[in-house]
Design a protein around this ligand. Structure first.
Ligand code: B1M
Length: 234
């Protein structure tokens, strides 16, 4: 592209800028995504709106083209990296709501699975809603979840899986909690694109969360219920 053709992001109106962000995410242009996020923030866009409308919106297109064989793993990795650049800027802002800590969540992607964008988003949104989040990263074996739950005295266990081959591992974790007699000590929430409510019920989770916003609302409801119960029995 010649200098003459160069797009000046700050000169685009909001609609064109978001459309450009979709293209930049698609092309894995991390610096451009970071610049655009900062421009939208300077135009008083709420961090959550930037996250959902621009970043998640753009990543959805990437997902469709990955599914359809138009994009391949290296390109998707670049797109994911660009998205992370934007999320890195938004993370502290989403957490800045000043909400008091309402509970503690241990979250991680299950064994065999390296997808972490959705899990990171859930973690960010939970922090934004006042939860303390212990992020175990990707590829977690049952031991890793158990150790963290105990060490952190967490209220909630969150598990993420993006592959139909890894989602059954969630049941392994829940069954282990049952075997150890500690299942009812934790609120177990699960999520990830291939899951659904029926699956969540079948494996014995407390709830399946369709997206990060639902995860926050569900966590709040369950924690409030837990506090009410312990208040009633105290
Ligand atoms: Co992967 N991949 N991938 N991939 N990848 C999918 C999941 C896939 C659906 C693509 C497709 O074919 N259409 C497909 C799975 C098919 C299946 O299982 N039936 C797939 C495949 C096949 C693979 C590989 C096997 C490809 C290969 O190597 N041949 C491989 C597997 C590697 C492994 O894990 N062992 C692989 C690799 C990769 C990359 C490394 C290239 C990259 C991951 C980069 C990263 O995460 N750091 C990648 C990506 C980016 C995707 C897609 C395109 C996008 C996923 C994403 O980030 N979405 C994805 C296609 C798709 O989902 N459309 C795909 C955006 C994110 C915000 O949404 O993660 O759904 P999501 O999270 C949402 C909700 O689900 C929910 O809230 C989030 C926010 O709203 N949620 C939770 C998620 N976790 C939660 C936990 C909770 C609550 C809610 O706990 C309380």
């Amino acid at each position: 592209m010649s200098d003459e053709d160069e797009i000046i992001l700050s000169e685009l109106n909001d609609e064109d800028l978001v459309a450009q962000m979709f293209d930049d995410l698609y092309d894995g242009m991390k610096e451009e995504i970071e610049e655009s996020v900062n421009i939208l923030l300077s135009r008083d866009w709420a961090p959550y709106r930037i996250l959902t409308e621009a970043l998640v919106g753009g990543m959805t297109i990437v997902g469709h083209d990955f599914r359809d064989g138009i994009l391949f793993v290296p390109e998707v990795l670049l797109a994911a990296n660009a998205m992370k650049g934007g999320m890195f800027i938004l993370k502290p802002l989403l957490a800045e709501t000043g909400a008091p800590q309402v509970g503690k969540m241990v979250i991680g992607t299950v064994k065999g699975d390296i997808h972490d964008i959705g899990k990171n988003l859930v973690g960010m949104m939970m922090e934004g809603a006042g939860f303390e989040v212990i992020d175990l990263g990707i590829n977690n074996a049952v031991e890793s979840y158990l150790e963290a739950l105990e060490a952190e005295s967490a209220d909630i266990l969150g598990m993420s899986a993006l592959l139909t081959t890894t989602m059954p591992y969630m049941k392994v974790v829940i069954d282990t909690l049952i075997e150890k007699g500690i299942r009812d000590d934790y609120i177990v929430l699960v999520g990830g694109a291939p899951l659904n409510e029926e699956f969540g019920k079948a494996i014995g989770a407390d709830a399946y969360c369709r997206d990060a916003a639902v995860a926050v609302e569900t966590a709040k409801t369950f924690v409030a219920r837990k506090h009410n119960q312990s208040g009633a029995t105290a």
